[in-house]
Write a protein that binds this ligand. Structure first.
Ligand SMILES: NC(=O)c1ccc[n+]([C@@H]2O[C@H](COP(=O)([O-])OP(=O)(O)OC[C@H]3O[C@@H](n4cnc5c(N)ncnc54)[C@H](O)[C@@H]3O)[C@@H](O)[C@H]2O)c1
Length: 362
């Protein structure tokens, strides 16, 4: 399949992320976005009017009538597995599915298996590893700019499974996609209804999954590097820094024997800093800015057409998803967890079922 004819594409889920991805695919000449499927057609109305694509409320009908070569899935986490497996069995060649892969290891493994058995290229929405500043940070690490890496520190707003997955993936990328040896995790759970910060109420639920309000994790990688990650209410919060939420989201620091590299948030200026043996403390690193989504989808077209390696491939995402699930399992067992993870269920569900959450006085 070496021709460059635009790939016939179906968008699945037209909420916040779906509309964003739909626009990026619509604008990319490698794709021909023909339709969108959403259980709530009103969500797709404005997008369909702007782009002229058809709207379906029945997935089976959309797949059968349109026969897409690619589907882009941006539905809640709880339906990623069924949306992916149905598309893979319908004969598509490539699937972009949003992160996290699924709601538990059993579903994630099944998605990977069905796609492998049907020669479907599956990538997962960890776009950060393909972005300008993360690629620059990795280039500097690989060139020895801060010596031998000893530790990564990351913090992120939100819950560990939906947002921490980005932090875990970014660190995996920067550390060369090395397997973890063990993880140690801890979760805290505020009373649902608690205001996490002005305007943001903790509900205990996100994208169809039970979630905690705060988590922390230690990850020991097989190359000797350690990572420390803090999310949600345990993360570095905007009120500590008096900057807008959107500027922070994910904060990543690499600590080496000869210096440090730091991405202090998503939209800070400067956005990548270095401290090394040169005098003067932290200084900004220059890098060439680009639209990450253009790179993600252009490279994915080459993956679908020619089988080329994609950095967001399911194999890389599975390594991170196993770590994310292991962090919850470690919190459940209250012990360090040596990989591989043997728990196929979502440990947070079991933590809640077993009433293992410390509820203080409530
Ligand atoms: N990669 C990223 O940086 C990033 C950023 C935000 C969200 N996400 C991920 O994107 C996904 C969607 O998030 P969102 O914020 O757009 O959510 P959303 O609630 O805004 O949108 C979800 C859409 O899916 C539709 N939907 C629900 N169930 C469906 C089904 N069974 N079939 C078809 N459509 C269905 C809903 O009607 C809605 O329009 C989540 O998995 C989230 O983790 C990724």
């Amino acid at each position: 399949m070496n021709d460059t004819k635009p790939l016939k594409t179906l968008l699945v889920g037209c909420g916040n992320m779906g509309r964003h991805l739909g626009k990026k695919v619509y604008e990319n000449p490698n794709y021909n976005l023909v339709a969108v499927y959403d259980v709530i057609p009103e969500n797709a109305k404005e997008f369909a009017e702007k782009t002229g694509v058809k709207v379906y409320t029945d997935y089976d009908e959309a797949l059968k009538k349109e026969k897409p070569e690619v589907v882009v899935i941006a539905t809640p986490n709880s339906v990623h597995a069924q949306n992916t497996i149905q598309a893979a069995l319908s004969g598509v060649k490539g699937i972009y599915c949003e992160k996290p892969i699924a709601v538990n290891m059993a579903e994630a493994k099944e998605m990977a298996r069905v796609c492998r058995d049907n020669q479907v290229k599956l990538i997962i929405g960890h776009q950060r590893r393909m972005s300008d500043k993360y690629r620059k940070m990795k280039e500097l690490i690989d060139n020895g700019a801060i010596g031998e890496i000893k530790l990564f520190r990351g913090s992120c707003a939100g819950d560990f499974v939906s947002d921490g997955t980005h932090t875990v993936d970014s660190i995996l990328y920067l550390n060369g996609d090395v397997d973890a040896e063990w993880v140690s995790g801890h979760v805290i759970y505020e009373r649902p209804g608690t205001m996490l910060y002005p305007g943001k109420e903790f509900t205990g639920e996100r994208y169809g999954m039970n979630v905690e309000s705060g988590a922390m994790a230690l990850i020991q990688f097989k190359n000797g590097v350690r990572a420390e990650i803090f999310t949600g209410t345990l993360s570095l919060k905007t009120e500590h820094m008096s900057i807008p939420f959107s500027m922070l989201y994910q904060n990543i620091e690499a600590i080496g024997t000869k210096g440090r590299l730091w991405i202090p948030g998503d939209r800070n200026n400067p956005n990548l800093l270095i401290m090394d043996e040169q005098a003067g403390g932290w200084r900004a690193v220059e890098y060439k800015e680009y639209d990450v989504w253009e790179v993600v989808f252009t490279e994915f077209a080459a993956t679908v057409r020619e089988g080329r390696y994609h950095p967001m491939c399911i194999e890389n995402a599975m390594r991170g998803f196993e770590i994310v699930m292991a962090v919850y399992e470690s919190a459940r067992l209250r012990d360090r967890l040596y990989m591989p993870l043997k728990q196929d269920k979502y440990p947070m569900d079991i933590i809640l079922e077993e009433n293992r959450i410390l509820k203080r006085e409530w």
